[in-house]
Design a binder for this molecule. Structure first.
Ligand code: 5GP
Ligand code: ZN
Length: 110
């Protein structure tokens, strides 16, 4: 379910613009508005979940986590990144600013 108070849900709904690089049934990926690497993309599940640690410790949670990281690899492949970093900030104390799960994919050095 989309949450319209959430900036990433609004991007997913097409209400806010983004530079999209990938989309499938469950995920979207777009360039970070304040890139911290030559290529910095956010991989975002369409389902609104606030943070990574909210995925339950169940098979379903495991499937969703797996799909998120599989998609991060796919997006890196689509972008032609040979090597890259993935980062997930979890919770305020983990530096999370946008409370809709996302994986940072950063690369493009050298
Ligand atoms: P966090 O710290 O939550 O892991 O990272 C959130 C990221 O989202 C930040 O790197 C920030 O630059 C990016 N961001 C915040 N608002 C927007 C936006 O409206 N559009 C895009 N493309 N990125 C955003
Ligand atoms: Zn959301």
């Amino acid at each position: 379910m989309l949450s319209m108070g959430c900036v990433f849900c609004r991007i997913i709904a097409g209400e806010l613009p983004s530079r999209k690089v990938y989309e499938d049934e469950g995920f979207v990926a777009f360039h970070d508005i304040r890139p911290k690497a030559p290529v910095h993309v956010l991989v975002v599940p369409k389902e609104h979940v606030e943070k990574l640690s909210d995925y339950p410790d169940t098979e379903e949670g495991e499937r969703k986590l797996g799909a998120l990281f599989r998609t991060a690899n796919r997006v890196a492949r689509v972008l032609g990144l040979e090597g890259y970093r993935v980062q997930v900030n979890v919770g305020e104390k983990g530096g999370q600013e946008v409370f809709h799960v996302h994986v940072h994919v950063m690369g493009g050095w050298g």
